[in-house]
Design a protein around this ligand. Structure first.
Ligand SMILES: C[S@@+](CC[C@H](N)C(=O)[O-])C[C@H]1O[C@@H](n2cnc3c(N)ncnc32)[C@H](O)[C@@H]1O
Length: 212
């Protein structure tokens, strides 16, 4: 099946997602890769590119970061804002409706991260675009669906091939003159899908710092 991954697709996705229901648990957990770097890095400014309902952005803001959560879906951002209003954050989080295929933030960030975002543009081009927004000395975290027949989304679906990547392909985007790759591999984690099934997600996780 082909997917358009345009704004209408994502608005419909979030319209039907349990995470956006008024009764959705506000503690809606950040993924473990973001939890790990949030423990290691000192707070600064961050962009969460394709933040969805914002669990990862809130995790950083809870630890004192000033986070901009950008997403194409107003439905997801409304749920993100509603869940944030119930939390006491040491930092700040701002939600911004934006099409990251064309939007320019006009600034750089100490951390740019993206977690499973797949827009209506080639996946690697999307990563190449957002990595330009990392400030010198800053960090890039890319979490994506692995190119693997066993790959699943947190909803238990198989992601379409065009939304999957390999760690090697993502690492190859990073010019060694400019970037230090701290890790680039496939990791897996288990989640409980909305229907109660336990699902294993093989994820590509790339962590790098920008020298200049
Ligand atoms: C699979 S969801 C992941 C959401 C969240 N990052 C997470 O890990 O749960 C992908 C997100 O990317 C967003 N997205 C897709 N295309 C986008 C675009 N062109 N600009 C901004 N956000 C986009 C979608 O609206 C959706 O919230």
């Amino acid at each position: 099946m082909t997917h358009s991954f345009d704004k209408d697709y994502w608005e419909q996705h979030w319209d039907e997602a349990p995470e956006t229901a008024p009764s959705a648990p506000a503690e809606n957990r950040a993924n473990p890769y973001v939890q790990r770097i949030a423990r290691r890095l000192s707070p600064g400014t961050a962009l969460d590119a394709g933040c969805g309902t914002g669990a990862e952005a809130r995790e950083l803001a809870a630890r004192g970061w000033n986070v901009l959560g950008a997403d194409i879906s107003s439905t997801a951002l409304a749920a993100a804002a509603a869940q944030t209003s119930e939390q006491d954050l040491a930092g700040t989080v701002t939600w911004r409706e934006a099409d990251l295929a064309s939007w320019e933030p006009g600034r750089r960030f100490d951390l740019v991260m993206t977690n499973y975002a797949h827009p209506a543009m080639p996946q690697l081009e999307f990563y190449r675009r957002i990595m330009n927004w990392v400030a010198p000395g800053g960090t890039l975290l890319i979490v994506g669906h692995a190119h693997d027949p066993e790959a699943r989304t947190a909803h238990g679906h198989q992601p379409p091939a065009e939304a999957t990547v390999t760690a090697a392909d993502v690492a190859a985007l990073l010019d060694p003159a400019e970037w230090t790759i701290l890790s680039a591999d496939t990791q897996s984690r288990t989640v409980t899908a909305p229907d109660g099934r336990t699902v294993t997600l093989p994820d590509v996780v790339v962590l790098a710092t920008r020298r200049s």
